[in-house]
Design a protein around this ligand. Structure first.
Ligand SMILES: [Zn+2]
Ligand SMILES: [Zn+2]
Length: 282
């Protein structure tokens, strides 16, 4: 099986003719199934959580993030999303997922999610102390922190997310390498903390090619050291492209599968109504 469970419709709209391109690309790349994982910032239900968590003062990152929250965000409700997915399911096999940011108030997240029948829920670290560390526009912020501090923050956020018990998958683990700030110290304890927390929460690793074709690091996430840690903790995986555009659906999925196989993985997870089954990859 060839699956891609991490992609976003947000650069377009909930319009069947536009999203058709995702299915065309999936077919061209021989995918057996795709799943959509809209960002939580698509939905107004999550809006207060962003305003509670993000740095929004008059600092350099605050000014950027205030504008970011006003741009193409919170445009459909979860009801709109489910209604649109229902429409698509008349002609396509497609799963309904979501990618939720690492909010501090996990009880609020639980309340929002509980009314909806997702096939799977991805939790991703997108913010460290309220800073959107993956935004190239505020990349300069990286120079203001030590990498030890950033690795510690990342591990702490991942632990909190796993402990919430709300998520099936950790999105693109350790994508903090994306701008090529690479540690010259031993990161094993941080990798171990995250893998341990994921194992306890029965969460899968998102083997995500987005960091390969969308970011300077040009490597699949997670990078080999965390893949080895995932094997040590017996963590299952999903494969994904993190497509934001139709033509990127399934991009480099064959590479993701070959990459996972290098570490001994033969199976990935397929989801339906939050139940996972392991299927052979490839
Ligand atoms: Zn993400
Ligand atoms: Zn994503």
């Amino acid at each position: 099986m060839k699956l891609d469970y991490h992609m976003h419709f947000e650069y377009g709209s909930y319009d069947e003719s536009w999203v058709e391109g995702f299915f065309t690309a999936a077919k061209e790349r021989g995918l057996d199934e795709i799943g959509i994982s809209e960002h939580s910032h698509t939905f107004p239900e999550f809006e207060p959580l962003y305003y509670a968590d993000l740095v929004l003062d008059d600092s350099f990152i605050g000014e950027f993030q205030k504008k970011w929250l006003k741009k193409n965000k919170f445009k459909y409700t979860l009801d709109d999303y489910f209604a649109f997915m229902e429409k698509l399911r008349k002609h396509h096999t497609v799963k309904t997922g979501i990618e939720v940011c690492n909010f501090q108030d996990q009880e609020k997240v639980r309340d929002i999610l509980k009314g909806y029948d997702f096939d799977y829920v991805i939790g991703s670290i997108h913010f460290l102390r309220g800073w959107a560390y993956d935004s190239s526009e505020i990349k300069a912020e990286w120079e203001r922190h030590s990498l030890e501090e950033i690795y510690d923050w990342y591990a702490e956020e991942a632990e909190k997310l796993c402990e919430a018990g709300l998520y099936d998958v950790l999105g693109h683990p350790f994508n903090i390498r994306l701008f090529k700030y690479l540690p010259d110290f031993d990161v094993t304890p941080y990798l171990e903390r995250v893998a341990k927390a994921m194992a306890k929460a029965h969460m899968a690793v998102d083997v995500n090619t987005g960091t390969y074709y969308r970011y300077p690091i040009q490597e699949i996430s997670p990078y080999p050291d965390f893949m080895r840690m995932a094997v040590k903790y017996d963590l299952p995986i999903i494969t994904s492209s993190d497509a934001h555009k139709p033509e990127d659906c399934g991009r480099h999925i064959d590479d993701a599968i070959a990459y996972a196989k290098e570490f001994g993985y033969k199976e990935c997870l397929q989801f339906e109504h939050r139940r996972a089954s392991a299927v052979l990859m490839g």
